[in-house]
Design a protein around this ligand. Sequence first.
Ligand SMILES: Cc1cc2nc3c(=O)[nH]c(=O)nc-3n(C[C@H](O)[C@H](O)[C@H](O)COP(=O)(O)O)c2cc1C
Length: 344
Amino acid sequence: MVDLSTKYMGLTLKSPVIVGCSSLTNSIENIKEYAKNGAGAVVIKSIFEEQINLETNRLLETNDESLKTWTDAFNNMVSSKPYLDDEAYQYISAHAHQKTLQNYLDIIKEAKQSVGIPIIASINCVSQYDWHFFAKRIQEAGADALELNIYVLPSDFSHTAEENDAIYYNIIEEIKKYITIPFALKLGYYFSGMANSLQKLSKTGVSALVLFNRPYNPDIDINKLTITDNNLFSNMHEYSHVLRWMAILSGKLNCDLSATTGIHNWEVAVKLLLAGADSLQVVSAIYQKGPHVIKDINEGINKWMGEHNFNSINDFKGKLSMANINNPADYERVQFMKLYSKIE
Ligand SMILES: Cc1cc2nc3c(=O)[nH]c(=O)nc-3n(C[C@H](O)[C@H](O)[C@H](O)COP(=O)(O)O)c2cc1C
């Protein structure tokens, strides 16, 4: 009997296939559908600071009855420009803060009641905003784990690599004060000493690293001379960068590894598990083909395991990681050379 169950961040998943963070997981109906199709867990759409700012602006422009008492209070409190007054703004912002968070907590609570699979919440926390408050409330709402989506784009010319890395350590130190549930860091690939930095981060108390967040990628429309966003979804060949790093890092970290980007079919899922991933997060393929992709991937892994006489995920996880192959240089090769290529 083939067993797809696996451990990830101390949680038992009935399959390593997780529905990754996106608007797909914003609805309870969708979450139920993913559980029905065999998802091991779901990551709820990140709560973003921008979301709260948008909500604040919306509230500032609205005639929302629920705000009437607040606005009347401001009008009495401050004289000429109530909405633009700093104190009034803080007041509205606190309300937006609470409202946005409450919607988020409601999804977590309802998801926990609706499905039996782990529910992982997500916070986008690149700034120094007081998102710790969210983390605590998210834990209280019943989330099984938390993913911290931290994408530091090193585009500031005045910041050194050390200063950028410090952002991660500061966030980890803060989060540990507020929650006891396992938490993962979802990261981009901008580290100047990648292996060293990720290994150090794995020793800070994080339960997993989720590699690699696929950024929003701007493009240029050469006819309209404007900036566009053409590449919202990954394609099926984008997994190779993740595969290389899963293989290099597997067995070298003090935490689990979750693969994200380019997982569109069961063959890639098997490759990433062989490279050493503990779980696999799928987003674009579900957007493009629907929830049955989860079932297809599970069935593919299942069949392949049967054909290769593997009874459990642990029987082959990391079997082809860098530490476990005869020629580890295969994963470190980056240049094309006639000797290694069928074409050149
Ligand atoms: C429409 C869309 C929305 C996303 N929103 C989030 C988000 O809120 N937080 C996050 O950490 N990742 C987000 N992601 C990134 C995905 O979780 C995932 O890491 C990325 O799409 C790569 O996986 P894929 O190749 O399976 O799409 C989003 C991706 C898409 C396509």
